[in-house]
Design a protein around this ligand. Sequence first.
Ligand SMILES: *[C@@H]1O[C@H](CO)[C@@H](O)[C@H](O)[C@H]1NC(C)=O
Length: 234
Amino acid sequence: MKSIIVTSLSLLGLVFTHPAPSDGPVRILPTNWAFEITSLKGPGCPDLGVPNGNDRYTRLTYGENTVDGSEIYYWFIAYPSLRVELGKTDSTWCEAELHYTEYKGLMGGIEGEDYRLRLHKNGTKVISTYDIESDVEATFSFMYLDADITDSYTIRGPAASGKYQNQIDMVGPQSNLPYAEPKCGAAKLKFRTELKIGGPGKKGVVDSEHSTDKDSKVQYYGTQLGFSYDWEKC
Ligand SMILES: *[C@@H]1O[C@H](CO)[C@@H](O)[C@H](O)[C@H]1NC(C)=O
């Protein structure tokens, strides 16, 4: 069973969350928590997370979680500039630093240190669009830099998502997971996303849902990478 966390407030990239109530299994989670992008680096996020008129920018989008006791949480980051095209841009990357805060109250306020965040609970998800001919392949990699864990997924052509985005589960090492942050409460998280395309084939594009604005400029929603996590009680 899955539930989408409803974003109650989104201001300067700071997002508060309300976990879905549950009357079933015992769940391990703080009253509230937030992620905020604090730094971006690389050709896959040249906007640095700063809104620029009509353009979409690198940002946090939404979270989802299970409510059946399995405690699998995801939070998604959208990267509008994370896209590749065979023969034009064969690879790109972005390194993101996020600040994680635990709260004792529903709308923020007092910070908590009652739970320890654990990352890489269940791999990583990627939401993207693609159109890849035969003999071309594209690979997504997502690295949890502090733990040196990389999840990846390769799309081998021919493969086409159609106009609408497709969700893919990326997997990596399955042992000793999830990995715990060194301290309870607030934490700094570091992720590196890479996207590469190559092969002897003729054509291949990986990008995200897009439309053309009134100035004939293509606006990309952003390829979304969802990192996974849960908590342990301190
Ligand atoms: C956990 O990851 C697996 C793939 O490794 C995926 O099939 C499953 O849907 C994921 N669970 C959730 C709740 O997203």
